[in-house]
Design a protein around this ligand. Structure first.
Ligand SMILES: *Cc1c(COP(=O)(O)O)cnc(C)c1O
Length: 478
């Protein structure tokens, strides 16, 4: 299957090469010339791993041995063999994407990406080692480190802003074991770390092929399609729907990768109804889906759902292509975004997007109120991102009267954001995150995930802090 850039049909490559390249040479994102159709009923009858092999195999048919790669990626790493369980709360169904090795939804993709990359590398006869370079504001770093730990032929280096991640997030990263991992703090904020990484990509590192673990890579997006099938299969098994019934999904959204996977699942034939795009106070996507104008010229708000604090959602570019089938239009819009900071899509495209998507935003106060209410009424403890998804799902139902079953995607364990979740439940003045976790556990009886327990006692292996100008020499010396 051929992939080309969202911005031109030139230089098409096969799916294995698209995974190796990450970004297309013209700066666009790789998209398949045609999305594959699935035998949906047959896929839904399988266990999660088989489902994953079918779905990822359909998206990346040029990578061989997919069932084996899936087994290697996931076996023994998740809390349950179904990987992404669903919970019927009595109101909405919650799809728990955080049962992986680092309690972040990014584990679903970042456990699989190393398998895809190394398989593609072998198939293409690539000799050089790959070095994964990532700047992180928190969650991606640890999930990438865990995914790439001790993978042969690949190294990983993560930079995070010194003092700019939570204590739990820092502890997760600096205790990371593995022969091929490097973690380093940078004096500066997340933007400084990210700019530093971009500069290393521009400069290059001798003898190494640089690559990134972020969601522009089609190898990170493909594994996320599976859990939409899995959630639908669970509703079928519980007798809550009949085959063919539409199901709505509400997705806490940042870079638009997670929700785009739902759109692809729908195009593959899964009976998806509306895809609900939930944002926090950074509501650039809400405005876009409602008006057709994407305008990043606004301040970035720091919120209690930090993984959604984003002004430019890179995977939206793929949606624009899928819905318009027009690379020249996408190239023009992206150029406008880059130069002027905004673009407006043609009226027909706006209308087509509104058919598939609905959008809303939820500020910190409503996020806290939702956590408290869902705990009280449904006895379900959710994190801040999930709460935003829940609140916007409620808003959608109230606004439209749509009675189709609703699945809310849960993207993080509540224990990854203990301060915010605790403050939603009671007036707490405890400043220590590890004590907050314990307290939250005593208060609710919800178990702390194993990988977060005992984190405080683990040995710190990566304590370096460097100036931002020293990032390139740090990587060269690895
Ligand atoms: C990354 C992340 C998101 C956003 O997902 P996108 O695919 O970037 O839209 C939401 N919640 C959490 C907890 C995340 O880590």
């Amino acid at each position: 299957m051929l992939y080309h850039s969202t911005r031109s049909q030139q230089n098409a490559v096969d799916s294995a090469q698209a995974v190796l390249n990450g970004l297309a040479p013209d700066g666009g994102l790789y998209v398949p010339t045609q999305l594959p159709a699935m035998d949906v009923a047959d896929c839904l009858a399988q266990d999660t791993m088989t489902m994953a092999a079918r779905v990822i195999g359909a998206m990346l048919p040029d990578i061989a041995n997919m069932p084996e790669l899936v087994q290697k990626a996931y076996t023994g790493k998740f809390e349950t063999a179904e990987l992404t369980p669903t919970v019927d709360t009595g109101k909405f169904t919650v799809l728990e994407l955080f049962r992986g090795p680092t309690s972040a939804f990014k584990d679903v993709a970042l456990c699989m990406l190393p398998q895809l990359l190394t398989a593609a590398k072998t198939q293409k006869g690539m000799q050089e080692d790959i070095l994964i370079l990532t700047a992180t504001s928190g969650d991606t770093g640890k999930a990438a480190l865990a995914g790439f730990q001790d993978v042969p032929g690949v190294g990983i280096c993560v930079f995070y802003p010194h003092g700019g991640v939570s204590r739990v997030q820092r502890a997760q990263m600096v205790t990371q074991e593995g022969r091929n991992v490097a973690v380093c703090a940078v004096e500066g904020n997340f933007d400084d770390a990210q700019t530093g990484v971009k500069n290393i990509f521009l400069a290059g590192v001798e003898g190494k092929r640089l690559s990134s673990a972020n969601s522009i890579n089609i190898g990170r997006l493909a594994p996320q399609i599976t859990y939409y099938f899995k959630a639908y299969a669970d509703l079928l098994r519980r007798g809550q729907i009949q085959m063919g019934d539409k199901v709505n999904f509400s997705v806490p959204t940042g870079n638009f990768g997670d929700i785009l996977a739902g759109y692809i699942a729908k195009k593959m034939g899964l009976p998806v109804g509306k895809l609900i795009c939930a944002s926090n106070a950074n509501n650039v996507l809400t405005d876009f889906i409602r008006t057709g104008t994407y305008d990043r010229r606004r301040p970035l708000h720091k919120t209690i759902s930090p993984s959604m604090d984003i002004l430019v959602s890179s995977n939206l570019e793929r949606l624009l292509y899928f819905m318009s089938d027009d690379t020249a239009l996408v190239a023009e819009l992206m150029d406008k975004l880059n130069k002027e900071g905004l673009y407006t899509v043609p009226q027909e495209l706006k209308a087509a997007i509104s058919q598939e998507f609905w959008a809303g935003c939820c500020d910190d106060a409503r996020t806290r109120e939702t956590i408290r209410r869902v705990w009280k009424e449904q006895s379900y403890l959710c994190d801040t991102h999930t709460a935003a998804g829940w609140a916007v799902a409620e808003e959608y139902v109230a606004a439209t009267g749509d009675t189709a079953p609703m699945v809310v995607l849960s993207t993080a364990s509540p224990y990854k954001f203990p301060a915010a979740v605790l403050s939603a439940l009671e007036n707490s003045t405890e400043p220590d995150e590890f004590k907050q976790m314990k307290h939250l556990c005593q208060l609710t009886g919800v178990a702390i995930p194993k990988n977060l327990q005992g984190l405080q006692e683990k040995k710190e292996l990566h304590t370096g802090v460097i100036e931002k100008d020293a990032m390139l020499s740090y990587v060269t010396a690895l």
